[in-house]
Write a protein that binds this ligand. Structure first.
Ligand SMILES: Nc1nc2c(c(=O)[nH]1)N[C@H]1C(S)=C(S)[C@@H](COP(=O)(O)OP(=O)(O)OC[C@H]3O[C@@H](n4cnc5c(N)ncnc54)[C@H](O)[C@@H]3O)O[C@H]1N2
Ligand code: MOO
Length: 416
């Protein structure tokens, strides 16, 4: 395991984002269990076994263009060559004869290359006169041909175990004639919100209450990952209720995600409860937002105690929890974090010693991409999260940003 290092902040030994990620990912391995599903049902699922190509793809040498299948040896180097057209090859209806010396076969895209032919001349350059075709000089042997096994050789790994299936993978599996694949079982994730001030939607707010948004955000994020969800609602700040919720969650799920109660407030029983029921570390991360976070285990379940602030939930989910869940789901390798440099269109002062995730909006003019702030940056302001399309990631040592500076952004597309 990586040794935690100080994230600065006046030497208060905050855990850095990099170390927290390593501590989490090093502690996790894929859950056991697989099932066999039909190709369509594999969308979003993780392959538990390699998919092996049962035959060559393409299965036979075939034409990449509509035109004429010819023998390169027949063609004159510097002059037009006349050939006798002896038949036609269609995709799915091959020419049954042989293309002999001085002969050509009319051929359509995808049709098998007739025996004897080795080159395709596209019809746009050929001149047809009755049963003869005139081929101009300058053709290259083997042109416009797709070779058998060019995409995948029989017996080779078409998709490795650990691949998460998207549309391309479904198509690839189908192209091999495979109807079912073996995938990892779905991850079971239990989640609840904590806090006496948190009200579920569907009733008016009492004074001092706020509606529960975190459970809806988490529902969205977890649903996209294809997890089996156990939504346990809002659990009040009462030891007996919290204990029952943790016990039930740890028996039913692989992962428990909570929000709220991980800081140091007087009503934050949840910290004590987590510590008593399992092996849980409480971290102060060198990050903003999302500073307090808990990670560990209760029974056999992996626990993430996320901070209560709604944007802190999203930042910690996407910077830590998502890759942890993908690891438990068996995804390997993890998709690389996409980051790219753009010009800042804003000014900002920043405390050193922590990574800040700002909500940004990418803007394009004719020549370059830049990023503006997406609105108020408080860690409870979900509106700017909804208006943003990227995180602007300011590293620990950054102390200020001026318009025109280069900053790194992490686009939501592909992340969220
Ligand atoms: N003395 C200190 N105070 C705080 C610290 C600290 O280090 N020392 N950290 C601050 C930071 S940063 C955060 S983030 C919060 C996180 O604290 P908790 O995890 O204990 O969260 P709560 O106090 O329960 O809630 C914080 C905030 O978020 C609202 N909230 C909570 N749950 C929901 C929900 N499900 N839906 C919508 N909104 C929710 C809650 O009402 C609070 O406003 O602590 C700081 N304090
Ligand atoms: O860092 Mo807290 O995470 O401000 O919201």
């Amino acid at each position: 395991m990586t040794q935690p290092t100080s994230g600065g902040d006046a030497g208060r030994n905050f855990l850095s984002v990099t170390d927290a990620r390593s501590l989490i990912l090093d502690a996790l391995s894929p859950v056991d269990g697989w099932e066999r599903v039909a190709v369509r049902a594999a969308l979003g699922r993780v392959l538990a076994r390699d998919v092996i190509a049962p035959y060559n793809v393409p299965a036979h040498d075939n034409s990449a263009m509509d035109g004429y299948a010819v023998r390169a040896a027949d063609l004159a180097a510097n002059a037009e060559t006349a050939l006798a057209v002896v038949g036609t090859a269609f995709a799915g209806r091959p020419f049954s004869g042989i293309a002999g010396p001085g002969q050509a076969v009319r051929i359509m895209t995808g049709a098998a290359i007739p025996e004897g032919a080795d080159t395709i001349v596209v019809q746009e350059v050929a001149r047809r006169e009755h049963d003869r075709v005139f081929v101009p000089a300058g053709q290259k042997q083997g042109q416009n041909l797709r070779r058998a096994g060019e995409d995948l050789a029989e017996g080779s790994i078409a998709l490795a175990a650990g691949t998460r299936c998207g549309p391309a993978e479904l198509g690839l599996i189908a192209s091999l004639g495979i109807a079912e694949v073996v995938v990892q079982r779905r991850l079971r994730v239990a989640f609840f919100s904590t806090g006496d001030e948190i009200a579920s939607i569907g009733r008016p707010l009492a004074p001092g209450e706020v509606y529960d948004s975190n459970r809806y955000t988490l529902f969205g994020a977890l649903s996209r990952l294809g997890c089996d969800l156990l939504d346990m609602g809002v659990v009040p700040d009462e030891p007996a209720a919290l204990e029952a919720a943790f016990r039930d969650a740890s028996l039913a799920a692989d992962v428990i995600i909570t929000s709220g109660g991980v800081s140091v407030g007087e009503a934050d029983f949840i910290r004590e409860m987590m510590a008593r029921m399992g092996e849980v570390s409480f971290w102060k991360l060198a990050i903003k937002p999302g500073r307090p976070m808990a990670f560990g285990r209760i029974g056999d379940a992996v626990l993430f105690g996320l901070p209560g602030n709604p944007v802190a939930v999203m930042v910690t989910f996407y910077q830590f929890v998502q890759d942890a869940l993908l690891t438990l789901m068996g995804v390997t390798p993890l998709p690389p974090a996409e980051r790219f440099p753009v010009r800042a269109d804003f000014a900002l002062r920043k405390q050193p010693g922590r990574v800040e995730y700002l909500r940004g909006r990418l803007q394009r003019d004719d020549t370059q991409l830049s990023v503006a702030m997406a609105g108020a940056q408080g860690s409870g302001v979900l509106r700017s999260m909804s208006e943003a399309d990227c995180f602007v990631v300011l590293p620990e040592d950054c102390t200020a940003v001026q318009p025109g500076d280069t900053v790194f952004v992490q686009p939501f597309h592909g992340l969220v």
